[in-house]
Design a protein around this ligand. Sequence first.
Ligand code: G3I
Length: 324
Amino acid sequence: MSNDSSLKEVATDRGFRIGATLNAQSLRNDPSYWKTVRNEFNAITPENALKMGPLRPARNTYDFTDADAIVDFGRANDMYVRGHTLVWHNQLPNWFQAWEYTDEQLETFLRDHIHTVAGRYRATVDAWDVVNEAVADDGTLRETVWADAMGEKYLDRAFRWASEVTDATLYYNDYGADAVNEKSDSIYTLLSNLLERDVPIDGIGLQCHFLGDRPAPESIAENIRRFQELGLDVQITEMDVAFTAGDAPDDRCQEQAAYYRAIAEACLETGCDTLVQWGVNDANSWLRQFKDFPERYTDDPLLFDDNCDPKPAYHALTDTLIDG
Ligand code: G3I
């Protein structure tokens, strides 16, 4: 591989999955967006289209339009497709709040949702974030509508229901647990208990949203290894690197590139073979979506700038995958 090979070429050449998160609107309307994805990535994740809220405009209705468009794009370009996410406390349907359900009704609803969604993409989605962010930042089980109705066992049931309708690999996905810390300790215990109970879980997704905070890559590697020692696959599922607004280093693009390189090296060192960035280019980053974020973080966290031109981080990642 030479230095003018694309990120996709150098990654594919060494059996590494380099991915991006897609939104259907940009995929439909922005040629530079989908060309960048097609030419530079071999894996994708729908950013919102496979979440319960967007999929369920009404209690007995599904809208797969955006999800199908993204998954079909992935298949048409021979990409690895990650499904995100079957069970989450966020982005619940608008009608959900008003629904006065019994615990049994909620359990039936969730089972049918998982069977329908994961079943539909049985042949086209390679991996699922079955449960997302079930652990609160203090390490306890997050209080959610699912935990309220079924306790911790909602995780057992969600993974079993998914495994009944798809052969995709099944992940637990979370943030703030990328390195060895109190939250990843709690998740380690949670997943160990699931495995003890023969729950069909295949791996963990470390989101790796580095917003102002950049843990030591050695600690991330150690964290990856301990989950691998449990027999779990580990993927980096939502990476981006932003600095605290007002405290960003002058050469932040170089600092950002160095950190992307360090995380890629930790992947190669541990055999973690999948790294997905949360977005395609800076202009479409979720950090630009939320009004209060600008005063909190720099808003250029990805490998491509607003014009889909590669940044130093892109070259750092490509070089690491060539030389590493
Ligand atoms: O689609 C509606 C649109 O019809 C409406 O006009 C508009 C205004 O309210 O909202 C649009 O929905 C927004 C959706 O993004 C699509 O743009 C939601 O309000 C907004 O909440 C949603 O934000 C997503 C966020 O998850 C929700 O928590 C972000 O795009 C998405 O990047 C972000 O992703 C999460 C991962 O799923 C889990 N890990 C953290 C990550 C970042 O927060």
